[in-house]
Design a protein around this ligand. Sequence first.
Ligand SMILES: [Zn+2]
Length: 318
Amino acid sequence: MHNQYYSYRDRCPACNSTILKELYRKPYDKPPISEYLESFYSLQGDMKVEYLKDANFTLCECEDCCLIFQKEVPNDYFMKVIYEKWLDPKKAFRQHKENDDLELYGYYAHEISTIIAYLHKVPSKLSFFDFGMGWGKWALMAKGFGCESYGSELSKERMEHAKSNGIKVVTWDEIPEHKFDFINTEQVFEHIPNPLDALIHLKKSLKPDGILKISVPTANNIKHRLKRMDWKAKRGTRNSLNPVAPLEHINCYRRSSLIKMAELASMEEVVIPMKTQYMYTTNWCGAKRVAKNMLLPIYKNILKRKNYLFFRNHHQAL
Ligand SMILES: [Zn+2]
């Protein structure tokens, strides 16, 4: 029996391939998945088990682009329940106020400076769009630099908050009416049921020389994690299954998945020179931070070990 709150993905959502391999399958309403969900959501909001019946947490791997994805995913209605009820917006807002520190805002400032430098225009001539902007922190920083700043968000509370800070809110249907120099997607594409379609839609609002960023969790050792299947491993540790977190991280990308998906959307990778990345790094606090700052551009540009990529429309003159 199918559960009415789920949709079923029978092809790879990044490249449409039907050559898939099933890696793992367990019912949502039984341990270990039910236990994992209960311990995760009990701290964040009000989870209801009725949504978990007659559905399986099924992980598939695409043999063409190597995306690992969940086959049975929440439909639009259930998605809204998760993001509005299971993850209580009021709790999330308090967390945002208490935890967002100087390091985070410093990072936003660094990232936005790097992008403006790469685009080589004065900020007031640039139009930025943060797709899935959350509370609008990144968008507000872009506004602070003097860019036109737009954002979109599903959650009403978050949208209203961003609006009150002067961010121009764009709905999904309005996206193609705009023309942006830069589209930011930070930890968004791992949550989207149809990422290829979403990318094609977003691309419609990109200026001919504009760029789009996709930043998603990196799990280079995902095969090791999936062998262990340690549902108790803490987030951020070596065995953590957070990159495939049931219901939420429904797409776990390899670099090849992102490149293939972009190709199908007629886009190609853009590499921001390491020099530009170093030039605007601001936080040099402590030896660990210094080492990280030195290594990160190498990790991104040379070793290509980070799921942090920029794309532009195909066939442009350099
Ligand atoms: Zn694929």
